[in-house]
Design a protein around this ligand. Sequence first.
Ligand code: FE
Length: 355
Amino acid sequence: MTLGRRTFLGAGAAAAATAVALGQLRQRPANAQFGFGRGPVVNLYSSRHYDTDDQLYDGFREATGIRVNVVEAEADQLIERIKSEGQNSPADVLMTVDAGRLWRAQQEGMFQAVSSAVLNGAVPENLRDPDGLWFGLTKRARVLMYNKAAVNPTELSTYEALVDPQWRGRILTRSSTNVYTQSLVGAMIATDGAANTEEWAKGLVANFARAPEGGDIDQIKAAAAGQGDVAIANTYYLARLIKSDKPEDQAVAAAIGVFFPNQSDRGTHINISGAGVVSTAPNAAAATEFLEYLVSPEAQRIFANSNNEYPVVEGVAVDSVVASFGEFKADSLSAAVIGRNNPEALRITDRAGWK
Ligand code: FE
């Protein structure tokens, strides 16, 4: 079953040109040039918010002749959309930027099991669902980024130690409505237990420099500006600032140091961006092929170089700016466990007053 672009977007087709203005739903302009209804397609629902992903879709088309139609929105909206589309959903692949959302989609019965020697061989066991419902495609390290003028890195050690009174009024982090926050807390539940994690969350809230606001870049900028001293953020955001041609971005990056926490115990918290084949996928074979392409050395290099993420595939080099942050021990905790702990993480951050 091949769906034309117009069919694919349904009632939203007329609004496609203004989709950006409407909010999160938009079809990539790069896909429009291929027209619609021509040749095999895979329909991708993606909550990745990185323009550079177009390179992946173009690479897949060049390698296989299969066109990628993309609907972009927040993960929760995509999950709701697939649910409401039901058996008629055109969605073949659901891609998210976080283990918690993959887990939620899995709970909704949204994925079908994929048995692929290519995927099982390429993706480490802790970064994929044991039953093949979803697969990690990239890794992200959530690290401590400190203002070099205010913090000596020897003062830093673990996520747990950020509740020390010495950090009162100095910690910058995102809201608990953000999935990156939820997965960090979910990982801490797995390691430290729920009760200790709740105590930790309360202690961290007491040390906040300000009520959580903005994305990772905003935390980094606030640390550089001295609104706080230690920001919790994913490394690729700092790499983006370092590579920016705006002098103000470079100035922010120059003020910031990277610290990988928990190096003497479990390792730094790792989250994944990942994807699964939708249970009602009209193009399931093409969907599996697309996932297999995404773990190819070529695609893994695109992930690494364009959005500065860590490849999941062993032996693919990280970007040179990312490499300059240094090697580190990554927590090997299962992404499935992080996902499963998501509801508990939400309850804990709520009770701790983590906005
Ligand atoms: Fe991100």
